[in-house]
Design a protein around this ligand. Structure first.
Ligand code: ZN
Length: 228
């Protein structure tokens, strides 16, 4: 079976659509959090995720939109989160509020664990690719899973530590590895486990223009062109 992994859509409808149309046929799509925040089309992004039956966990920006609790966010992120909280429909806020902080399930005999930040700090911790094996082991040692899928850093990653595979599909709506193309991954489970990372071009200028037109911090538009 194949699972499409997406994360950090961040209200970027153009990037989200591009990823969905580029993705090969999969049995299920899982979103590793942050459907909203930063971008200008939160309702459209949530609606699309719901209409596609995408299973999602809560990200820190989803949480901030629901609660208006922006502690720990920088000024730009906080401004966007409060803007998002105001424009989201009641129905979409309720949906975001209903998201679990993590998912655990079995597929093809593999135990899969999905969380936005890290198992020990679901909304807050960044697990970066440059973590040492020892630091990575600390993050995942308590988790009984074969595959651990993380988001939050917006940087694609594959590591194997303590016999566990740790994945991050990168960011759909605001990549941060200096490649502005939308990022996602396809996990193939079966006799052997395969992970394929994909990048997709989308209309960055259109997404950036919408951010500016919405009155959101201009840097949130600029950064999309550079992927940081
Ligand atoms: Zn994010």
């Amino acid at each position: 079976m194949r699972i499409g992994l997406i994360s950090d859509i961040h209200s970027n409808l153009a990037a989200f659509r591009a990823v969905l149309s580029d993705m090969p046929k999969v049995d299920e799509i899982i979103c590793v959090g942050d459907l909203v925040g930063y971008g200008a089309e939160p309702n459209e992004a949530v609606k699309l995720a719901r209409s596609k039956g995408i299973r999602a966990v809560m990200g820190n920006h989803d949480y901030a939109a629901v609660t208006k609790d922006v502690r720990g966010m920088n000024d730009r992120a906080a401004a966007a989160a409060l803007w998002t909280a105001d424009v989201l429909t009641r129905e979409n806020l309720d949906y975001l509020a209903s998201l679990p902080t993590h998912l655990e399930f079995k597929a093809e005999g593999q135990r899969i664990y999905v969380v936005h930040g890290s198992p020990r700090d679901p909304l807050g911790e960044y697990v970066f690719p440059e973590f040492s094996n020892r630091d990575m082991a600390e993050v995942v040692k308590e988790v009984e899973a074969d595959v651990i899928v993380l988001g939050h850093t917006h940087i694609p990653m594959k590591r194997v530590v303590l016999g566990k595979i740790i994945l991050n599909p990168g960011g759909v709506g605001q990549p941060r590895d200096r490649d502005p193309r939308a990022s996602y991954a396809v996990l193939e489970l079966g006799k052997e486990l395969k992970i394929r990372f994909q990048r997709v071009e989308y209309d960055v200028a259109a997404a950036a223009e919408k951010i500016k037109a919405a009155g959101l911090p201009e840097e949130l538009a600029t950064r999309l062109f550079f992927g940081w």
